[in-house]
Design a protein around this ligand. Structure first.
Ligand SMILES: Nc1nc2c(ncn2[C@@H]2O[C@H](COP(=O)(O)OP(=O)(O)OP(=O)(O)O)[C@@H](O)[C@H]2O)c(=O)[nH]1
Ligand SMILES: [Mg+2]
Length: 239
């Protein structure tokens, strides 16, 4: 149940009297504190195995799974242990796309929920091999709002922002853009066919998150992947 956006059965605070707001805010704080507690266990497990964990967030269809399919194959070619946790409301399509590469993947279906939480990741880790000095990729549910509030025990959030979404998304969804350590500007192969101003998008990104690193790439052509893999290797070393 998500008290951040009111998905599933929880009513949104805006629809309630002030005294109810207080109660809902308390509930939100309790849920986030409980989540953070489990996230710290996940972080301990990852640290014990020197595993880098990244939480891939984006709007639906920005190219997370396409990017992951290409990325896990390149990591395997570099002898990096790698596994994927896939989050979607329904279907196991994305986990099947990952498993087709030979990489272990766990699919989590959140039903009416709009984000992964730390408990889901914690439980999925029981079904994955240990990834000593490797990488755990977590593809969150496609949603630019709620996943920003939930720590999964990851080292960082990587936001996949595709050029078909419009330059204004950093200003419309600032929480998610602020939460990201790295922003992958995806589908750059389509730029010649779109009216998307890259400079303006970069300006908006840095307006809400001045420290964000940005890599321009294409998950389908492989353009920009050397920079992305280089960034990953540096994070692995740090982890
Ligand atoms: N042209 C182009 N298309 C891309 C690129 N990356 C992904 N796509 C296409 O975008 C569509 C969505 O890609 P997915 O990888 O399924 O996106 P996703 O973010 O995993 O989607 P959800 O899991 O549903 O949120 C597919 O048709 C992909 O082929 C890219 O770099 N360039
Ligand atoms: Mg996907």
């Amino acid at each position: 149940m998500c008290t951040i956006c009111g998905c599933e059965t929880t009513p949104h605070p805006a629809h309630h009297a002030p005294e109810t707001h207080t109660r809902i805010l308390q509930l939100e704080q309790d849920i986030l504190a409980g989540n953070n507690h489990v996230a710290s266990h996940v972080r301990e497990h990852l640290a014990a195995h020197h595993t880098l964990a990244l939480n891939l967030v984006s709007s639906p269809g920005s190219g997370k799974t396409t990017l992951l399919v290409e990325t896990v194959q390149r990591l395997r070619a570099r002898q990096r242990p790698v596994a994927v946790i896939e989050g979607d409301q329904q279907t196991s399509f994305d986990a099947e796309r990952i498993r087709a590469t030979g990489v272990a993947a766990i699919q989590i279906n959140t039903g009416k929920g709009c984000h992964l939480d730390a408990r889901m990741v914690h439980d999925a880790l029981h079904d994955l091999p240990a990834l000593d000095h490797g990488v755990l990729m977590i593809e969150n549910v496609g949603n630019l709002v709620c996943p920003s509030a939930f720590d999964l025990g990851e080292h960082g959030k990587v936001l996949v922002f595709s050029v078909t979404e419009g330059e204004d998304k950093p200003l419309k969804y600032p929480d998610m853009f602020q939460a990201a350590s790295l922003i992958l500007l995806n589908k750059c192969d389509l730029l010649p066919h779109l009216r998307f101003d890259v400079d303006e998008a970069l300006r908006f990104i840095h307006q809400v998150n001045p420290d964000a690193a940005v890599i321009q790439l294409s998950a389908t052509t492989g353009q920009g992947f050397d920079d992305w893999m280089g960034w990953l290797e540096r994070q692995c070393t740090a982890a």
